[in-house]
Ligand binder design. Structure first.
Ligand code: SF4
Length: 390
């Protein structure tokens, strides 16, 4: 009775020993990665430890287990159909729309179009820099706390020019859009940011006042001449999306279409993002950018700029833009499961999705994905061709 199983077990011998310890990971586009069994001193790009990787793998199984109570009839892990999985991925859309709207109503009251620094040049040598890695709500609380007159006085007394809150990562990108807070990049830049010697504290959602006081203390102890900051690079953000004007421009042919860059580029993606953006704007496309990285644009007949930063990477952002045509979605990296799931969800909703990195599936499944409008294209030079090939 078990002959087939026994034969298959033989096929699996010797076993991938790393997998039995939870030390294989394909959770993001920088992998797959593994830790050596005997010598665990090797490192992985995201910086997690062997124990953290094993826990991450276990957590994925637990999430899957818990998720079954919300799914309909079949277990997701035994749904051997890519179209069903894409359909399931689309369940991410309603909560994303609702979360996006919630953040919009919480943070948009003071939004205005302004130029803000993107990149490490957003840190200031003469200021007390607090790097916020928290939810948009908590970063908002920190921004308010940094305006407290008592804290501002203490900051000046410490010899600084003031308190500079900078944002990091996906939630930070939303705060940059809504509140004009400088955005230093995604979480992968954190090491580089710390090496500038210019980050005085990291706020991860705890007590806002304590975090600022800790930063003031750190500033007072900063050594001279250790700060090395790149030049400040400013980009416009905070613009309202004039959907009626954009829809009209698309209808009359004044613009060829729109593209949404969904998330920041992965270090393993070889696309030259600025050159893709340049090609798009030269062909009269509007480019909407989500995430913690920004690109140069130029004047556009509909909006002030051909390249518009619109905050964090939530599919709700794309729905809330109010366009009556579907932009193409460019995904230059999926450094977390949410970006990957969101990209599959967009393909389910008939958006064309072009991803710059492989996902761990077989060629057959990749072909099925392509027939659903989800293209993996690692050659950046081909991206424009896919976009124009409507
Ligand atoms: S999360 Fe990504 S970078 Fe980190 S171990 Fe897994 S595959 Fe590698």
């Amino acid at each position: 009775m078990y002959d087939k199983i026994k034969n298959s077990l033989n096929d699996q011998t010797p076993r991938q020993e790393e997998a039995t310890y939870g030390l294989l990971c394909d959770s993001c586009d920088m992998g797959p990665c593994k830790f050596n069994i005997s010598d665990r001193s090797n490192s992985v790009p995201c910086g997690i430890t062997p124990d953290e990787m094993a826990l991450k793998n276990l957590a994925e199984k637990i999430i899957e287990g818990l998720g079954e109570y919300k799914s309909s009839t079949r277990h997701l892990t035994t749904t051997y159909s890519i179209s069903t999985l894409i359909e399931k991925a689309a369940n991410i859309i309603p909560p994303s729309i609702s979360y996006t709207s919630k953040m919009e109503s919480l943070l948009s009251k003071n939004r205005e179009t302004k130029k803000v620094p993107f990149g490490l040049g957003g840190l200031r040598e003469d200021a007390i820099n607090v790097c916020a890695i928290a939810t948009p709500q908590r970063i908002y609380d920190l921004v308010i706390a940094a305006k407290n007159s008592g804290l501002c006085k203490k900051a000046l007394e410490a010899g600084s020019t003031g308190i500079n809150i900078v944002s990091l990562g996906y939630p930070g990108a939303e705060v940059t859009y809504q509140l004009g807070v400088p955005c230093i990049g995604n979480y992968l830049v954190l090491d580089d940011a710390l090496q500038t010697g210019c980050i005085d504290s990291i706020f991860s959602g705890g007590n806002t006042t304590e975090s600022i006081l800790a930063a003031i203390k750190s500033f007072e102890g900063r050594k001279d001449n250790i700060v090395q900051l790149p030049k400040e690079t400013l980009h416009k953000t905070g613009m309202n999306i004039e959907s009626a004007a954009i829809n009209e421009a698309y209808k009359t042919g004044s613009i060829q279409g729109a593209v949404v860059i969904f998330g920041a580029s992965s270090p393993t993606c070889t696309w030259d993002m600025q050159s893709i953006v340049d090609d798009l704007t030269a062909k009269d496309f509007l480019v909407f950018v989500t995430g913690a990285h920004m690109y140069k644009g130029n004047k556009n007949i509909v909006m002030d700029s051909s390249v518009l930063h619109i905050g964090f990477c939530e599919v709700g952002k794309i729905y809330n833009m109010g366009l009556n045509f579907k932009p193409t979605i460019l995904v230059p990296g999926w450094k977390n499961a949410k970006i990957l799931t969101s990209s599959l969800a967009m393909a389910h909703e008939n958006y064309r999705v072009i991803m710059g990195l492989d996902i761990p599936v077989t060629r057959t499944i990749k072909k099925e994905l392509a027939s659903n409008g989800f293209i993996v294209e690692k050659d950046g030079g081909m991206v424009m061709r896919h976009i124009l090939n409507k």
